[in-house]
Design a protein around this ligand. Structure first.
Ligand code: ZN
Length: 382
């Protein structure tokens, strides 16, 4: 067992390595696996990030996993640990996220392999250029010897910092809907059309946008965002005849999300009708929430407390590889406080003490799992 000074020293190594790798080429990555015969736990995260990013999104979870193995100091466990660095989690290069983790759940198909980046290079070609054989991807699919997947990741938000706690236990990754709403009114002369004879699509959209915000503020856990508005014809002296806008709505519970979404659709229709405008909408994305494994989550809760931290449970507002892995194996996530809530930015950082706490928590977790007959008796849901 490491001393707390030992975890701090390991944390220093983890942070230094993340910073060093931040200067590494964007083409690095790829899922190199060896096939082990012992039942195993997967620990990891992703290696890629977005342009102009910081040093910790994703890669911290990979380097921290290596630090965690080091913290075991050679002690024997009844399972193997496989550290994984996933490629293409963000979807920046090919416009499709989670390519590495999809390979592990058997969801890389010909259509995905044929996707091309801006330079016209397909996923298949990129894998070949990296020195790997795309035809072997099916072999990466998980079999029934995997006991679970654990991912450490920076929170990428302000919640833990606001609470003053270093670690968060992810209970679920939120589900989300993305929709496009279009309000159809009548464009007309801004000077000659009296206020009571207008069908202003932009005023209708504006009223609805404020209603979106106020509903989300009232409904616990809902986050809803209108991030895009386009008014036509878009002239200073013309009443807007058509407005296209978007909605992004998320919640850890599918029921709560669907209920709020239905209400927002009703509101769009009623606000439009009252103003003599019509509203149409279409779904661009509908993704259900993904619960983390309750047993692993409970074990993490215990490990976090043993490490002397508050076991704060929370939902992840962003998608992660754990969401994909959860299709096939018990998956769980631990968040680290993100200073300033700042991520996907060069200023992204972590506190040394938080990384040390995460290592300590991970070390306790592995010790607990090694002693748990319930855990060792589990197999993959394949
Ligand atoms: Zn990430």
């Amino acid at each position: 067992m490491q001393t707390s000074g030992g975890f701090t020293k390991l944390a220093e190594e983890v942070i230094a390595r993340c910073r060093k790798l931040a200067t590494f080429s964007e083409d690095a990555g790829g899922t190199r696996r060896t096939f082990l015969s012992a039942p195993r736990i997967l620990i990891g995260s992703h290696l890629d990030t977005v342009p102009n990013a910081g040093a910790f999104d994703g890669i911290l979870g990979v380097i921290l996993a290596i630090g965690l193995v080091k913290s075991l100091d050679g002690s024997q466990l009844p399972f193997a640990i496989e550290v994984i660095g996933f490629s293409e989690e963000e979807g920046v290069r090919f416009g499709i996220p989670f390519i590495g983790s999809r390979a592990l759940v058997g969801r890389v198909d010909e259509e995905l392999l044929g996707r091309k980046d801006e330079r016209g290079i397909s996923v298949r070609k990129a894998i070949q250029d990296f020195g790997l054989n795309p035809n072997e991807i099916p072999r990466a699919a998980l079999r029934d010897d995997v006991l679970g997947y654990i991912e450490f990741h920076i929170e990428q938000g302000p919640v833990l910092e606001n609470l003053g706690w270093p670690l968060g236990i992810v209970e679920a990754i939120v589900g989300q809907n993305r929709l496009e709403f279009t309000f159809y009114g009548q464009s007309n002369h801004a000077g000659t059309t009296p206020m009571n004879l207008r069908h202003d699509a932009l005023a209708a959209a504006a009223e609805w946008i404020v209603a979106v915000e106020s509903l989300a503020r009232r409904a616990p856990g809902i986050v809803a965002t209108v991030g895009f508005v386009e008014a036509k014809p878009g002239a200073m002296n013309v009443i807007a005849g058509e407005v296209r806008t978007t909605l992004d709505i998320r919640h850890a519970s599918d029921g709560a999300r669907t209920e709020a979404l239905d209400e927002l659709i009703r509101l769009a229709e009623s606000i439009a009708a009252r103003r003599g405008v019509s509203a149409k909408w279409r779904t661009l994305l509908a993704q259900h929430a993904v619960a983390m494994d309750p047993f692993l989550t409970e074990q993490i809760d215990h490990a976090v407390q043993t490490a002397g931290c508050e076991p704060h449970r929370m939902a992840s507002g962003a998608g992660h590889d754990a969401m994909i892995l959860a299709e096939r194996v018990p998956a769980a996530m631990i968040f680290l406080r993100t200073p300033g809530g700042l991520s996907h930015d060069p200023a992204e950082s972590v506190h040394l003490d938080d990384v040390a706490k995460a290592l300590e928590c991970g070390n306790h977790l592995l010790t607990q799992l090694a002693a748990s007959q319930e855990f060792l008796g589990r197999t993959c849901r394949a």
